[in-house]
Ligand binder design. Structure first.
Ligand code: EPZ
Length: 420
């Protein structure tokens, strides 16, 4: 298993280009199931999760042509099967996103039940309830979800009791081909949901209200092909900004979307960073200073993103002062703090809150990555720690960060991959 070895203590300084957003690319790839026409998707990030989704579509019988610039042409005119197997779903929960499109277009789908994962139990009950409200019958056998409908799904008003990104995406995709109007209430407002909606609209879907908590979809009989470019990754952007801030450095990130990161940028300013931004770039300068501790509480968009929580926890670990970090979206997403304490951080967990007393420095140590964003926070801790940090189980990081060691090397970090 590959590891990352980091010698900390260098200030990050330089510029980078941000990759396409994983969490937008995954539902957009699933959306290609909704049409028999050719769909071209550009700006896919080169990540393990994307490869898994491509493998899943291939296993359903789609024709896929990937070029070296990470554009893909997908032809879903015929499917050879309707089953998303356990082997793929267990490696990537986002596989559940093929359920809505398949049942909407083909009237049937069988998808392995995604289990829990390191960050919590992560049920999919709201995806299933929504499809049932649209007329699908759902049954479960041998760990698989079977969804079926005679004819077309029916439009429905669906009030989701919790804001769910994947649930909103699955139901929005299903509703594009339903008979009549679907109204999704308490819908997720995340930029990735909006990007998916824009792609569906480019395929002819009738959607309005995306980006608000009420999304209205007027179903039509067929969607057509399109050529769509995936939005930049706001979490990758935020991660490099925090990494630069934690090291007292500066960074210019190009090809990104700062307007999707308002709360994160405000918190970085509160930590003492100077932020400048344009339409598609953002820069941060800490002018060699140690960051001030900043308290955060995660919430669905436009609140503070849970996917940025671990990185801010790492920055707070070496900041001046004390901060609290409260996780409200997932039940078990503060696990990385135990590894950070092994590096000399002072973090106490009380319920869903981490109380962090900033230390003047951390010491390198062998540590273990437990999930994607937790791994990113260990990289940040490693970048500021004295001595060497070796991070094990970095397959988690390869799911969501494209060539992280190369990008950090560009910024002057001493980081290398140890392949085994
Ligand atoms: C998406 O996961 C992202 N993944 C996650 O990113 C992100 O952390 C999360 O949204 C929240 O922003 C992708 O987009 C592929 P949810 P998703 O449904 O859709 C509960 C990363 O690091 N819930 O919004 O699975 C659920 O348990 C990843 O890139 C139900 O109770 O998240 C959680 O507590 C990790 N029933 C909350 O809602 C349901 O049917 C939000 O989950 C669905 C969800």
């Amino acid at each position: 298993m590959d590891k990352l070895a980091i010698r900390g203590g260098r200030r990050l300084d330089g510029e980078l280009r941000i990759s396409g957003a994983k969490n937008a690319a995954l539902p957009i790839l699933a959306a290609t199931l909704l049409t028999e026409d050719l769909v071209t998707i550009r700006n896919l990030p080169h990540l393990n999760d994307i490869t898994t989704m491509i493998e899943l579509l291939g296993c359903l019988g789609l024709d896929l042509t990937l070029d070296e610039k990470l554009s893909i042409e997908v032809n879903a005119s015929h499917l050879s099967g309707f089953s998303a197997p356990y082997e793929l779903v267990k490696t990537m929960r986002a596989s559940i996103l093929v359920l809505g499109p398949m049942v909407a277009r083909f009237g049937k789908a069988r998808v392995s039940f995604p289990g829990g994962c390191a960050i919590g139990s992560r049920p999919v009950d709201l995806h299933l309830k929504g499809l049932e409200a649209m007329g699908a019958s759902i049954s479960v056998d041998n760990g698989y979800i079977n969804a079926e409908v005679e004819g077309r799904l029916q439009g429905a008003r669906i009030v989701m009791e919790t804001v769910t990104v994947g649930g909103t995406e699955n139901l929005m995709m299903a509703a594009t081909l339903a008979n009549g109007r679907t109204v999704l209430e308490n819908a997720a407002r995340e930029p990735e949901v909006v990007d998916l909606a824009e792609c569906l609209i480019a395929m002819g879907a009738r959607i309005s209200g995306h980006g608000t908590d009420t999304v209205v979809i007027d179903g039509i009989e067929r969607l057509h092909g399109c050529d769509y470019t995936v939005m930049p990754d706001r979490i990758e952007t935020g991660t490099y900004l925090v990494a630069a801030a934690a090291t007292g450095g500066r960074v210019l990130l190009k090809g990104t979307c700062p307007h999707t990161l308002e709360v994160v940028l405000a918190k970085l300013e509160e930590a003492g960073a100077r932020i400048e931004q344009g339409e598609d770039w953002v820069s941060l300068d800490m002018a060699g200073k140690r960051p001030r501790a900043v308290s955060i509480k995660t919430a669905p968009y436009p609140g503070f993103p849970t996917d940025m929580q671990a990185q801010f926890t790492a920055m707070n670990a070496i900041a001046e002062g004390t901060a609290t970090v409260t996780e409200t979206v997932f039940e078990n997403r503060l696990i990385q703090t135990h590894e950070m304490n092994r590096m000399g951080a002072h973090i106490v967990i009380e319920g869903h809150t981490a109380i962090i007393t900033g230390q003047p420095g951390l010491q390198g140590a062998p540590v273990m990555a437990s999930d994607l964003r937790a791994s990113a926070s260990l990289v940040i801790a490693g970048l500021v720690a004295r001595g060497e940090t070796v991070i094990d189980r970095i397959y988690h990081i390869d799911r969501g960060y494209e060539r992280i060691e190369e990008k950090l090397q560009t910024l002057g970090a001493d980081i290398r991959r140890l392949s085994s």
